[in-house]
Design a protein around this ligand. Sequence first.
Ligand code: SF4
Length: 379
Amino acid sequence: MNEIRPWRTIERRQSRQIMLGSVPVGGDAPITVQTMTNTATEDIGATIDQIRRCEDAGADIIRVSCPTEESTRDFDQITSAANVPIVADIHFHYKRALEAADKGAACLRINPGNIGSSERVAEVVRAAKANGCAIRIGVNAGSLEKHLLEKYGEPCPEALVESALDHIKLLQDHDFHEFKVAVKASDVFLAVAAYHGLAETVDCPLHLGITEAGGLIGGTVKSSIGLGSLLWAGIGDTIRVSLSAEPEEEVRVGFEILKALGLRTRGVRVVSCPSCARQGFDVIRTVQALEERLQHIKTPLSLSVLGCVVNGPGEARETDIGLTGGGNGKHMVYLSGMKDHHIDDGAMLDHIVKLVEDKAAQIEADMTDAGDAEAVAAE
Ligand code: SF4
């Protein structure tokens, strides 16, 4: 058999790094996960509550729409309450961009070619520079400029890339370089081809998304194919999974995509079987309950939950904690890949949750000790 090429490496495209507040995007920074609030921005309390839930789910960056003057009036309350950088989403009204920049937005999502005169672009750039704001250009196949649709006949990768380059040029003409770019489409082939084209042409960080991807299951599949393909090719510095689902779900799906490719680690990576007649316990209900109860764990660790000994021991060997179904309501628990003890059906759930929590605490403590030791060695 011919030698198989290295099969677990992703070589990331070398992009320029920009900062969104204190969060780096691009270069060798971790690929960040974004989402967007869907509360009325004017409802400050509801928006901050949703931001908090997204932060708890792990969002690195959160976008908030600014469609009206009222939405930016108290925008500073939102940006100061958030623990992550806030991106102000602006369409049509460039004044909202000026207001959001003044009120603490870390980034403006605005297409400079769509806001009218060069003076307006200059004003937005001035506000961004004065407030240390980045800009995200967001080209979307659904709202391509008329002249590009006429030129190309339909949304195509070349049209998306040309639109992005036009917007980029406007910022560069104003000596502004703290930008990242998205070329989104709901068609996976179109989006992926456009991102490849853009990645070959520019060095700025790329914000990936398959827009209007659909509901939780369909949208997750579509995003996983589109974003997964790009990330696997090394393209992408920050991602947003667009789902007709709660923003926290977008964050969870985003992390799962990155975790599957080994690009981020966060929380419990669950390995579980689909179950069959051989299962020693109700695998599906158990995994559902464990995923729910272990959402608060941020420390990366792995847990295998398999219904029987066909594949249970093999998977348990590769995970931090393993559970394999046995007969008579007694199941085997593996710790660090080794058989450790039996657990009864009724006590199983609480027991595994406790084991995972203890393991996470131990990993955290070890990491703190290692950090302390490194600090001492450095002194
Ligand atoms: S591990 Fe066992 S219970 Fe699970 S699917 Fe395989 S054979 Fe069935």
